[in-house]
Design a protein around this ligand. Structure first.
Ligand SMILES: Cc1ncc(COP(=O)(O)O)c(C=O)c1O
Length: 387
């Protein structure tokens, strides 16, 4: 048997710039940059003050290739299928540009209350091509996975979903959904922004057509950076932008005006314009290195164990929380009837405690910078607010 050792990681607060009195439990909103990532970005900005140090081969190509290799290892795919994108909406828009609706195959399945970056590109696609969107809601008898699979049929062209719902952390079984999609030749497009970096994700097993990740949450990277996995089925597809670097022979800066009708190799065609962001890309690399150092499985396990402390306390205070087998290990959503979520957030903030409220849930998303005192402060403060 293949046994993998999973370790609990001790609190990593000293790697971050978080003052003692701040209780930051809001990774699903935005992760703080670690000191290492911040230093890498600072060094990147120094390079821009001395552009003679910017090397075409290194900074425009090989360093970005290393970043793709590092990302690909974490998600068990080839770096040749990885693109650099600025946002989830950019990636989803690229996917939507490559999905062709027909008269009989024109329905897109999404979840109810899905994050808008994975909704608007589909709204535009169906509006321009006489298609329709069907939203899958949760219900008590059936899981969302089962409900979704039940709705997949010949009329469906694409399923565009996250692997956890961003409002409450409800988890979907992507491997099962992927099998159902393949049975009906349905394209699978994933927004993994709320789980990549905090949950082990094997894209080699899930086999989506596209998978998109914004970096500034669980990937611990800088804002305005992200990744897109493009499967072999679409690797010769159309990019969102027509970039010069995406064209054949762009490595030779002296011949860029020998315009090319062909794209460059692999997924390079899908990379965003000005992908070689000299300031932010070193930060992206430093964040990936941190994830490799800790190990995503270890992060997942640690957050799951730590979150049990909060869940137990919330239960004792009378909050409704999603059952353990339904929720992602790194996500807690809590509901208390008759409690004004906005007011709770405001009062917590006055006490330097930071969480979010989304679609009626208090969303609590700690990370490795949090310690047990943080959890106790949150629970104490919630107790005072309720009473
Ligand atoms: C599920 C999900 N996807 C994507 C994003 C960010 O999207 P974008 O990168 O398009 O701003 C968020 C932000 O909260 C999110 O929760």
């Amino acid at each position: 048997m293949n046994s993998i050792t999973v370790n609990k990681i001790k609190c990593q607060r000293d790697l971050f710039n978080i003052p003692e009195h701040i209780v930051y439990l809001n990774t699903a909103y935005m992760s703080p940059l670690s000191n290492k990532v911040q230093k890498a970005i600072l060094n990147g900005s120094i390079i821009e003050t001395q552009p003679w140090r910017i090397d075409p081969k290194l900074h425009f190509f090989s360093f970005l290739n290393q970043i793709k290799i590092s990302f690909a290892e974490l998600f068990k795919i080839s770096h040749k299928n990885v693109s650099l994108i600025p946002s989830a909406s950019y990636g989803i828009s690229t996917a939507a540009k490559n999905i062709k609706l027909t008269k009989t195959k024109n329905k897109i399945l999404i979840l109810k209350d899905q994050f808008p970056s994975n909704v608007y590109p589909w709204m535009e696609l169906v509006r321009n091509n006489k298609g329709s969107i069907e939203k899958i809601d949760s219900c008590n008898e059936k899981s969302i996975t089962e409900k979704l699979i039940y709705r997949i049929n010949e009329q469906v062209i694409a399923v565009a979903i996250p692997n956890i719902r961003w409002t409450d952390g409800y988890v979907l079984d992507l491997e099962r959904i992927s099998i159902a999609c393949k049975n009906y030749d349905v394209k699978l497009i994933l927004d993994l922004t709320q789980s990549a970096g905090a949950m082990e994700i094997d894209l080699g097993k899930i086999k989506p057509d596209f998978a998109i990740i914004a970096n500034y949450k669980w990937m611990l990277g800088p804002y305005s950076t992200g990744f897109m996995y493009v499967s072999d089925n679409f690797i010769e597809g159309i990019p969102l932008e027509e970039t010069w670097i995406g064209r054949k022979n762009s490595e030779d800066f002296s011949k860029l005006t020998v315009y090319q009708s062909e794209y460059n190799f692999d997924s390079l065609r899908f990379d965003m314009g000005q992908r070689a962001n000299f300031i932010l890309m070193p930060g992206v690399m430093a964040a990936l290195e941190q994830l490799h150092d800790w190990g995503i499985k270890n992060i997942e396990n640690t957050l799951y164990e730590n979150n049990k402390i909060i869940c137990k306390g919330l239960n004792e205070l009378g909050f409704d929380i999603l059952e353990e087998n339904k929720r992602a290990p790194h996500f807690i959503s809590a509901k208390l009837p008759c409690l004004d979520g906005n007011l709770v957030i405001k009062k917590l903030k006055m006490n330097n405690i930071f969480i979010s409220e989304r679609s009626g849930y208090l969303r609590i998303t700690p990370h490795l910078w949090n310690n047990e005192q943080d959890f106790l402060k949150l629970l104490e403060c919630l107790k005072l607010i309720i009473n």
